[in-house]
Design a protein around this ligand. Sequence first.
Ligand code: UDP
Ligand code: MG
Length: 330
Amino acid sequence: MTMLQVSVVVPCYNESEVLGAFHSALIAALEPTRQSFEICYVDDGSSDRTRRQLSELAGTDPRVRYTSFSRNFGKEAAMLAGLRMSRGNAVVLMDADLQHPPELVPRMMELHRHGYDQVVAQRDRAGESALRTALSRVYYRLVRRCMDVEVVDGAGDFRLLSRRAVDSVLSLPESNRFSKGIFSWIGFDTASFTYRNVKRAAGQSKWGGRNLLNYGIDGLLSFNSRPLRLAIHTGLCLFLSALVYALWIITNVALYGVDAPGYTTLMTSVVALSGIQLATLGVIGEYVGRIYHEAKNRPHYVVRETDTSRAAFPVGGPSSAAFAQSRMES
Ligand code: UDP
Ligand code: MG
């Protein structure tokens, strides 16, 4: 085991406005704990000064390391890269926008010392629009019913993972990564506490309504095949009701003779059935698309540069090959 006690992993995408403030706040929170720590920044292909700032930080402070992607690969990929970089006995994942208060990190470390493998800081929904809160509520209720793993409202990516929890997360090879589900899937003893939601310190959120919707669909689909099962159930129910209806018509004809059948009934059933068929096809298509995506087995990201001297990357695996290649080119 390494002697390093804590690694803090921070994905950053166009965060140059807050990065300085975040870094000072984090150092101010970590230094008094007297634990050895490193900060692993991952620049997710930012187009602003983020990358330059990170390389400056890494140049002046040996506790800072960074990896920079060749383009924007998304937060999930950035967190994965950070986890792979991390060497500490415990790893804290947090956002760079000060929405995850650095002063909570010592408390998470304390809980970890009490034997918890995962410590989750859960935010409340203070200051959020009523619509977004309501939509999230509905979504989490749906997810709880549909998913095989438990996902808790407000429990985001601000969490501490023990080394063995990190190793378990890294052992999952899928390319469609939905980390909320993954963290829940790996299990282990989990402690959580709630903190008051804060607004982002500066810069802009990268999550518009559409991104959130897609993220939601990802969450529903990446952990089970229940939507497919639902499609089968709906199909069966419809088939049975059609059978009953047919029997009723046949009996009618037998008893009262031939009757001109209702045009409305016909149209309604055609429209309803084709709607359901299209939706089911969509669900199946979504899964097939995912299989296609997984089958390509592409690396999760491509690295543009790192803090060259101290970069420690895992050996083997497609991403480290891409990493090696991109390092040779740079
Ligand atoms: N982020 C990232 N890649 C992306 C989008 C976001 O690394 O494509 C990072 C971002 O820099 C921040 C964190 O993920 O540190 C959370 O992003 P944001 O604050 O935009 O999300 P929100 O808090 O609004 O959910
Ligand atoms: Mg944020």
